[in-house]
Write a protein that binds this ligand. Structure first.
Ligand code: SF4
Ligand code: SF4
Ligand code: FES
Length: 257
C-alpha cells in the first residue's frame, strides 16, 4: 500500500470551525501546499487556501503548521515524518474561510507610515555599508508571519497600540536610509508603539526571509526613541524651551509574554 501523510486541517469560517483529518499519498519533496492541493482536487474541493507563487516569494500562503507560523509552499511534509500535521489559519487575523485570513489591517497600518523623503534627487551616492544596512529590509515579502507570532498582537490584541514587527522593518527601511529626511520618531513613540515590543525575538525566528527583525530594525528604532525622549539633556532642554511637556513623552509600556 502507498505511504500516506495525515493532515488535520482546520475547516470553518468566522462563526467557528474544527479540524478535519485527511490522508494524502506521500510524494518526494512534497510541501504542505502540495498536500492541500491534493485534498482540494480529490477530497474537499471547497477547501480555501490562499497562494500564488508556490516559490516563497509572494507571501500569500502563511498559516500555522503544527502551531508554528509557516509558508505552506516552503514547508516540507517530510519535516513531520510520522506525525499528524495540523494546519490552521493564522490566529492573529480574522478568519474568512478555512486557511484564509483577513490581513487587510496590515495594509491600513502601511498607509500611516510616511514614505521615503529624499533630501537630494536620485540617483543617490551611498556608502556600501549604508546600502547593505537597508537592503536586508527590502527582502520582506509581507507574509505577516511575524505579525502572527508577535504576542502583542496575537495574545494581547494590541493592534491599537502597536504596528507589529513587519512595520518596524518598514519604518527602519526608511529611517536608516542615509538620504531620508522625514522624522518618524514621534510616530514610533506614539501610534506605532515601538515600546510595546519586549524583544523576545519570536518574530525573527519565524521570518522566512531571515530578516533580523529585532536586532537590526526594532532595537535601533527603540534607541532612536530613547535618545529623543529619555536623554536627560534633551529632556531638560525641552522643559526649558517649553516645546515639549513631560506628559507628551511616550509610554514605556511593554506587555508580558
Ligand atoms: S520581539 Fe517584539 S515584535 Fe518581535 S515578537 Fe517579540 S514583542 Fe513582537
Ligand atoms: S519581516 Fe519576515 S516574517 Fe515579517 S512580513 Fe516580512 S518576510 Fe514576513
Ligand atoms: S505561495 Fe507565494 S509565498 Fe507561498
Amino acid at each position: 500500500m502507498a505511504e500516506e501523510f495525515t493532515l488535520s486541517v482546520w475547516r470553518g469560517d468566522a462563526s467557528g470551525g474544527h479540524e478535519v483529518e485527511y490522508r494524502v499519498p506521500k510524494e518526494t519533496g512534497m510541501v504542505v501546499l502540495d498536500a492541500l492541493h491534493y485534498i482540494q482536487h480529490n477530497l474537499a474541493p471547497d477547501l480555501a487556501v490562499r497562494w500564488n507563487c508556490k516559490a516563497a516569494h509572494c507571501g500569500s500562503c502563511g498559516a500555522e503548521v503544527n502551531g508554528v507560523p509557516k509558508l505552506l509552499c516552503k514547508t516540507r511534509m517530510d519535516d513531520y515524518a510520522g506525525q499528524t500535521v495540523s494546519v490552521r489559519p493564522m490566529k492573529t487575523f480574522p478568519v474568512i474561510k478555512d486557511l484564509v485570513t483577513d490581513v487587510s489591517w496590515n495594509y491600513q497600518v502601511a498607509q500611516e507610515i510616511p514614505p521615503l523623503a529624499p533630501t537630494v534627487p536620485a540617483p543617490f551616492n551611498m556608502q556600501q555599508i549604508d546600502a547593505d544596512r537597508v537592503q536586508e529590509f527590502h527582502r520582506c515579502i509581507e507574509c505577516f508571519l511575524c505579525q502572527d507570532t508577535c504576542h502583542v498582537l496575537r495574545d494581547h490584541h494590541g493592534r491599537d497600540k502597536y504596528f507589529g514587527p513587519r512595520f518596524m522593518v518598514k519604518i527602519a527601511e526608511f529611517e536608516m536610509h542615509p538620504m531620508d529626511g522625514a522624522d518618524r520618531v514621534p510616530l514610533l513613540a506614539h501610534e506605532a508603539g515601538v515600546n510595546m515590543c519586549n524583544v523576545t525575538k519570536c518574530c525573527t525566528e519565524v521570518c522566512p526571509q531571515h530578516i533580523r527583525i529585532t536586532d537590526n530594525a526594532i532595537i535601533p528604532l527603540k534607541e532612536r526613541v530613547a535618545d529623543r525622549y529619555y536623554d536627560p539633556v534633551r529632556m531638560l532642554l525641552r522643559r526649558l524651551s517649553g516645546r515639549k511637556k513631560a506628559a507628551d513623552a511616550p509610554s514605556s509600556t511593554s506587555v508580558a509574554t
